[in-house]
Design a protein around this ligand. Structure first.
Ligand code: XIL
Length: 335
C-alpha cells in the first residue's frame, strides 16, 4: 500500500485537492483524499454565485460541509474565492430596475459579502484567494474589462484585500491567476502585485493556478515566474494544478495535425515527464512555495472533461479513473 503524497511532501508544503460536497460522500474518494492530501479547496461552493445567490440570502450548506469535513480530519482549507468576474450571482451588478449599480453600491456589496463569508470561517480557512483572474487575456491590455472594472475601476482589487484583512487579519491573502508562466502574463501580474505591495495592501501571496498541459510551461518560464513573484517578498502557492493532455488554448476547439483525442502512450510519457519536472522545481523553491493543490481528485471526474470542449474526456491528474495512482504519481514521490 503506497503512502500518500502528503507524507512524501511533509517537509516541503501541504498537498491539497479541490473538492465538491458530493465528493465527500463518496467512500472511494474520501479514502483517497484522506490518504493523500492535507488541504482542501472547495471547487465551487464558496464562489459568490453559489454561496450568495440573492442579496439577502446565503447558501452555506456545501461550504459548511467541506469545512466541517476538513476540521474533523485535521485538513487545512484554502478559501476560493471572494471576487471574480465569473460565477457571480445575477443580482450583484444590478439594481431592482436592472440598471448597473454605482461604484459605491458595488463596493458596499463586496464589503458585505467578504465580511460575512470570511467571518463565518475565521480561524478555519488559513488562506483566501481574494481576487481571481483580474488581468486581461489580451497582452496589450492590463486589467480585465469585467463589470467589476467597468463599475469600480481598479479600486475593487485594493478594497477586496482590505475587507478580507479586516475580517480575518490572520488569514493569508492571495491574488490568483492562470497562465502566469507566460512572459506577457507574468509581467502584468507582477505589475499588479507590485502596485499592491507598494501601496501597503495586505497581500501575502500569489496563486499560480497551474492549469498546464503536457506541452507547457517550460522549466525556465516556471522558474522565472516563481523567482519574480518571490522578489516582491510574496509567497507562492500552486492553487489549481492539472496537466491536460491537450494544448491549453482557450479558443482552440479543434485538434492540430498530429494531436490525438486518445490518451496515447506518448502523451502519458510526456505527462509523466512534465509532472516530474514541475515537482522538482516546487521542491527546489520550497522556501517560497507554501502549498500545492490539485484541481480535482482523479481522472474519473475533472472539470477539463468539459472545458473548453464540452464532453471531451481528459486525463490530467495523478489518479486514474479507478482512483489508482498513475505512473506519474510514482515519479512525483520518487526523489
Ligand atoms: C472551475 C470548476 O472546476 C468548474 O466546476 C466550474 O464549472 C467552473 O470553474 N479557474 C478557477 C476555478 O479559478 O475556480 C475554475 O474552476 C477553473 C479555472
Amino acid at each position: 500500500q503506497p503512502k500518500g503524497l502528503k507524507y512524501y511532501y511533509k517537509n516541503y508544503f501541504p498537498v491539497g485537492v479541490a473538492v465538491s460536497a458530493a465528493d465527500l460522500k463518496d467512500p472511494g474518494e474520501v479514502a483517497l483524499i484522506l490518504s493523500q492530501f492535507n488541504s482542501l479547496t472547495p471547487e465551487n461552493a464558496m464562489k459568490m454565485g453559489p454561496i450568495h445567490p440573492e442579496e439577502n440570502r446565503y447558501n452555506w450548506k456545501d461550504a459548511d460541509s467541506i469545512v466541517a469535513f476538513a476540521q474533523a480530519h485535521g485538513l487545512k482549507v484554502r478559501g476560493h474565492n471572494l471576487c471574480w468576474h465569473e460565477q457571480a450571482p445575477t443580482w450583484l451588478f444590478k439594481d431592482s430596475l436592472g440598471n448597473l449599480v454605482t461604484k459605491e453600491v458595488l463596493l458596499k456589496r463586496l464589503k458585505d459579502h467578504i465580511t460575512t463569508v470570511v467571518n463565518r470561517y475565521k480561524g478555519k480557512i488559513y488562506a483566501w484567494d481574494v481576487v481571481n483572474e483580474a488581468i486581461d487575456d489580451d497582452s496589450t491590455k492590463f486589467l480585465r474589462n469585467s463589470l467589476w472594472y467597468q463599475i469600480c475601476g481598479d479600486d475593487f482589487i485594493t478594497k477586496a484585500f482590505e475587507y478580507a484583512h479586516e475580517a480575518d487579519p490572520n488569514a493569508m491573502l492571495f491574488y490568483n491567476d492562470y497562465n502566469t508562466e507566460r512572459p506577457e502574463k507574468r509581467e502584468r501580474v507582477y505589475r499588479l502585485l507590485k502596485q499592491l505591495v507598494d501601496a501597503g495592501v495586505a497581500v501575502n501571496g500569489v496563486g499560480i493556478q497551474a492549469h498546464w498541459s503536457v506541452y507547457e510551461p517550460g522549466q525556465k518560464d516556471l522558474v522565472e515566474t516563481i523567482k519574480k513573484f518571490a522578489s516582491l517578498g510574496l509567497k507562492v502557492q500552486v492553487t489549481e494544478l492539472d496537466i491536460s493532455i491537450y494544448p491549453w488554448e482557450k479558443n482552440q476547439r479543434s485538434l492540430r495535425p498530429g494531436e490525438s483525442e486518445v490518451y496515447t502512450a506518448d502523451l502519458e510519457r510526456k505527462q509523466i515527464e512534465k509532472y516530474a519536472e514541475v515537482f522538482k522545481i516546487f521542491r527546489q523553491y520550497r522556501e517560497v512555495i507554501t502549498g500545492v493543490t490539485f484541481w480535482n481528485i482523479s481522472d474519473r471526474n475533472t472539470w477539463l472533461d468539459n472545458y473548453p470542449v464540452h464532453g471531451r474526456k481528459n486525463y490530467p491528474l495523478l489518479f486514474d479513473q479507478k482512483l489508482q495512482p498513475k505512473k506519474a504519481w510514482w515519479k512525483v514521490v520518487d526523489f
